[in-house]
Design a protein around this ligand. Sequence first.
Ligand SMILES: C[S@@+](CC[C@H](N)C(=O)[O-])C[C@H]1O[C@@H](n2cnc3c(N)ncnc32)[C@H](O)[C@@H]1O
Length: 204
Amino acid sequence: MGWYDFISPLYDIGAAGSGGPRREAVAQLRLQPGDTVLDVACGTGLNFPYIEAGIGPEGILIGLDFSPGMLAKARRKVERRGWANVHLIQADARTLSEELLSEQAGVERLDKALCTLGLTVVPDWEAVFNQSWALLKPGGRYALMDWWLERRNLFARFLEFISHGEVGRRCWAPLEESSADYSHTTFIRGMVFVAAGTAPAAAL
Ligand SMILES: C[S@@+](CC[C@H](N)C(=O)[O-])C[C@H]1O[C@@H](n2cnc3c(N)ncnc32)[C@H](O)[C@@H]1O
């Protein structure tokens, strides 16, 4: 059993304070009814209610995560809410590709993608970002929300212990470099950021 399988029963309680930045990340996607959205390292699906509200039943929501325990919690949310347009993929984010999306969800390209509290945790986070960014259609939106603590103080060490991540990663940097209209907002004294940008046609 992996770390996130182990903590999955209590994850939503621990993440209870994340609603504000999470809502802002989803707002930055500028969702439209019918959009196809990928939630990278979706965990227990805490973003799903906000995404579903934006895309409606005609949209497609794909949640990808490595942990069966986290995905089981996400699946329960999906079933409880009766969302019939959600595909949950249990896979390592490093294997993200058009083929994987096509096989598992019947789509190849995305209108929108987001990753919240994920890039500080996944291995090879730059590759994971680049692979998911490359799946966007021209003009597609990408949003990130995550921790960033420059100094490895006691709180940073605590966060790294509970997340098994690295909160000193400048996870927004590849998005800032790649996107046409990068935006960056911070929360909680600058320790949490929401970053967003649009994929230019030339990059695809
Ligand atoms: C801190 S949780 C964030 C979950 C969710 N995005 C949220 O905002 O609450 C990090 C998630 O990354 C997932 N994860 C870690 N490594 C992964 C990988 N290589 N591929 C896919 N998911 C991974 C974990 O299973 C966990 O669900």
